[in-house]
Design a protein around this ligand. Sequence first.
Ligand SMILES: [Zn+2]
Length: 419
Amino acid sequence: MFYVGIDDTDSKKGMCTTYLGALLADELSRYTSIKPKLVRLNPNIRWKTRGNAGICLEMRKKPKGVENLVLETVEEYAEIDDSNTHPGVVFYQGDKVPEEFSRFYEKCLHEVVTIDEAENLAISYGAEICKFKKGRGIIGALASIGSIFKDKTYELIAYREKKNWGKERKIDKKSVFKMNERTFPLTFNNVDNERILIAPHSPCPVLFGIRGEDPETLKRAFNMIKLGERIERKIIYETNQGTDAHLINVKRISDIKPYSSVILEGEVNSLPRVIKGGHVIFTVTDGSDSIECAAYEPTKEFRHIVKKLVPGDKVRVYGGVRSDPKKTINLEKIHVMKLAEMYREENPLCECGRRMESAGKNQGFRCRICKTFKGDKVRVKYPRELEERIYQVPPRAMRHISKPLVRELRTNTPKSSCA
Ligand SMILES: [Zn+2]
């Protein structure tokens, strides 16, 4: 087997590493069979505004001159002039990927790793690395080669003709909604209310991408999209998108490491509050420590769910942790496991069915009509507006790697099983 890993070729202004992968896959598939993989890595590391991802091309055999072709393509298409773009390429030949590469992939999902670490590991197994500028991309390139997907999905990506890059995308919105109706839930995150989510807004070569469970459904979905412009090429990537591969279970708050993404069970111990910018914050305790959980403004209607929590609610929170000392959990999902019972006090009811009125301070209550009296207020269970189930941020605020609830229910992997 021959493996090519590539990462960090794009910038905010354009390009997309997946496009380089598609160009190379088209060229190299004339010589050997290729499996292209799109590998999402730790979403809490923000070198860029766009998602943290590398690609890997797995080949049955090594095509002649493949290294030159790959490096020339990266040189030609990567946004090397952008100060924040540091491409990296890794080549590896072997029967299978070393286990240490796979452990490195896991590490890249949950932690911060250095360029040196990637370089040393690659060299120790005889992999060839090529760094452009700082070469930060070798981290994602090596992780992509090492990636093993316990759960996987696919993405079909269609690319535009070069003359259209940066121009408005000509996609018939109605056809996208129709495609969604016909293929959901085998495809997912296509639309969100009135908006279509399959097309990016950057000036990159991507026209649109459809995510789904299997290549056949994606091909069907692709044929349902009506376009006002021509497609240059398309590719189907195997990917860890929509799988929650980044989340790990933690028992205690003290076990949470910065930059990791966790699933934590605990009890709400503060009333949610809205802070400047419209973010909603509350705290959860594991019995000894407390941690802040946040539903940020872009999660829109999800915040209204979170606002209804009260102290005593048992919850399981899912989300990423940044490096701030407080280690706030940026919520992606919340499982409301057990709602606390809430009571309010009301005036007693009379036998005639009317609500009694106060008969004066410390005088009890009376029915004006029947002239009956009762001494005390009654405790009434307060209806909660939440259900005991999982709630998730809307698709437009969802991370590429996060598992949509519709998949959660289908696949039901132990990591995120719903009780
Ligand atoms: Zn009465």
